[in-house]
Design a protein around this ligand. Structure first.
Ligand code: PEP
Ligand code: MN
Length: 353
C-alpha cells in the first residue's frame, strides 16, 4: 500500500501516518519526491485492510493499493530509475557500463594483465571470482582470500572498481572489506540468509537472476536486499534454464525490458553465462544494449583455452577490445577515464529516507 501525502501536509500529518502504519505492525518507507511525500507500507499483506482509515487522516491526498508484492523494488513506490554508484561508476543512467574480467582469479599475472587490458579497451569495472560456486566439487573452487587481495591490487593499479561473488554468509565481511560491489550469484539468488547478510553491508550489490527464477522471484529477492536496508541493488540477467541444450542458458531479453517496466532498479546483462559460447557474446551484448540494459558483464581471459573456469565463453583480450570498439558508447568509455559522476547522477531527493 502507498500513501501519498498532500504537498501541503505538515510534519505532524506525516508523523501521524507513520505512527498508524507502525501501530498496525507494518513498516513505513518514506520517500520525498519533488512534489510531495509518499509513504509505502510493507508487511504480511501487500494491501493491508487495517490501514484503510489512513484515507481520512489529515494531509493524506490518496491511498493506493499496490499490484506487485515487491513494493520497494517497484515503480509504484519509485517511478524514476535508480542510479547505483560503485566508486565513481554510476549504473542506471542513460550510459551503459561495461564490467569485464576473468571468470576466476587464477594468478597475479592473469588478473593484472586482464585488468590493464580491459581498462585500456574502455571497461568501467573489473570482475573476477574469488569464491567460485562450481557444479562439481572437484572443479577449481577459487583462490579465496588470495584472490580478494589480488583484486584489491588490480583496483589500486587501474582505478577500476571491483565486483566479486560472495557465496557464503561466513565470507560476507571479508569480501566486503576488499570488494567495491558484492555479487550474489545465480545459484544463491534465493539464499535468503545470504541476502539478509549482504543487505546489512553498505556495499552495492549485483543480484544475478537464478537459472530457474521467474521475474517475480527475482524481484522479491531484490526486495530482501532493499527491505534489509541496502538501496544499492543492480540486477543481472544471465540466462535461464529452458529445454534448449545447445546453449548453456537461454538469454531472456524480454525479462530485461519487463523488469525495467516493473522496477526502478538498474538491470545489466551477462552475455557470457547466458550463451556459454564466446562466438555469441558480441551479438548477445548488442541485443542486450538494444533492449535497454544499463550495462554488460563480460568474461575476459588472456588465454581462454587455459582458463580454470568458463574458458569456452571467455573472450581473449583482443576480441574484447574489438567488441568494445564496435559499441556506440560515449568517449568516456575509452582510455583511462571512468563514468564520472555528474550532478544529475546524484541521488535524487526521492530516494528512500
Ligand atoms: C559468475 O559470474 O562467474 C557466475 C558464477 O555467474 P552465475 O552466478 O550467473 O552462474
Ligand atoms: Mn563464469
Amino acid at each position: 500500500m502507498i500513501v501519498s501525502m498532500s504537498p501541503r501536509a505538515t510534519e505532524e500529518d506525516v508523523n501521524q501516518v507513520i505512527k498508524t502504519i507502525r501501530e498496525n505492525d507494518y513498516l513505513p518507507h518514506v520517500r520525498k519526491t519533488r512534489f510531495n511525500i509518499v509513504i509505502g507500507a510493507t508487511g504480511p499483506q501487500t494491501n493491508p485492510r487495517e490501514l484503510e482509515s489512513l484515507r481520512r487522516s489529515p494531509g493524506v491526498a490518496g491511498v493506493q493499493s499496490t499490484t506487485q508484492p515487491f513494493l520497494l523494488a517497484s515503480r509504484e513506490l519509485k517511478s524514476t530509475p535508480s542510479i547505483v554508484h560503485v566508486g565513481k561508476v554510476a549504473i542506471g543512467n542513460a550510459t551503459a557500463i561495461i564490467i569485464a574480467g576473468p571468470c576466476s582469479v587464477e594468478s597475479r599475472d592473469q588478473l593484472l594483465t586482464t585488468a590493464h587490458a580491459v581498462k585500456a579497451a574502455g571497461a568501467s569495472m573489473l570482475r573476477g571470482g574469488a569464491y567460485k560456486p562450481r557444479t562439481s566439487p572437484y572443479d577449481f573452487q577459487g583462490l579465496g582470500l588470495d584472490a580478494l587481495k589480488l583484486l584489491a591490487e588490480a583496483r589500486d593499479e587501474t582505478g577500476l572498481p571491483v565486483v566479486t561473488e560472495v557465496i557464503s554468509t561466513a565470507d560476507v565481511d571479508v569480501v566486503a572489506q576488499y570488494a567495491d560491489m558484492l555479487q550474489i550469484g545465480a545459484r544463491n539468488m534465493q539464499n535468503f540468509a545470504l541476502l539478509r547478510c549482504v543487505a546489512a553491508t553498505e556495499k552495492p550489490v549485483l543480484l544475478k537472476r537464478g537459472p530457474s527464477a521467474s521475474i517475480k522471484e527475482w524481484l522479491l529477492a531484490a526486495e530482501y536486499l532493499l527491505a534489509g536496508g541496502n538501496q544499492n541493488v543492480v540486477l543481472c540477467e544471465r540466462g535461464i534454464k529452458t529445454f534448449e541444450t545447445d546453449l548453456r542458458n537461454t538469454l531472456d531479453l524480454a525479462a530485461v525490458a519487463r523488469v525495467k517496466e516493473l522496477s526502478h532498479l538498474p538491470v545489466i546483462v551477462d552475455p557470457s553465462h547466458a550463451t556459454g559460447r564466446r562466438s555469441l557474446v558480441p551479438s548477445a551484448s548488442r541485443a542486450a544494449l538494444a533492449v535497454g540494459a544499463n550495462g554488460l558483464m563480460i568474461e575476459v581471459h588472456p588465454n581462454p583455452t587455459a582458463a580454470l573456469s568458463d574458458g569456452p565463453q571467455s573472450l581473449d583480450l583482443q576480441d574484447f577490445a574489438s567488441l568494445m570498439a564496435s559499441f556506440d558508447l560515449p568517449a568516456w568509455h575509452v582510455g583511462d577515464t571512468h563514468n564520472t559522476l555528474t550532478e544529475s547522477d546524484q541521488p535524487e531527493a526521492g530516494d528512500l529516507i
